[in-house]
Design a protein around this ligand. Sequence first.
Ligand code: 5GP
Length: 115
Amino acid sequence: MADDDTIFDKILRGEIPCDRVYEDEWVLCFRDINPQAPVHAVVIPKKKARDVGELCALAPDFVGGYMAGIVKAAQRLGLEGGYRVVFNTGKDAQQSVAYVHAHILGGRVLGWPPG
Ligand code: 5GP
């Protein structure tokens, strides 16, 4: 994984542009640059954690705000037919950005199991 100042840190600071979908006090959601489904966005918390393990060490209120933000972002994306939320975590899951992020995937029927 990359160093501590990741591309998502830079997007959150506004140093790199993004196609913003949803934002509130807890989260920022933007479209993925390399979409894996007709609708593909990522949701990052506004407090830094490298992965879901570190996220769980943050205050429960903050984790709850992050989870609610993921659902609100999915609603904003208009995924009435359903969607998948994925946290790639660690090297076996091919996490490539060391800033925790939920992928929201939808807009088609999604295969299971994933690759
Ligand atoms: P991971 O592989 O860590 O689970 O997911 C990282 C995701 O970030 C990938 O789906 C990748 O396409 C996306 N990504 C990487 N760099 C950028 C960027 O600069 N802008 C946006 N919008 N997405 C990015």
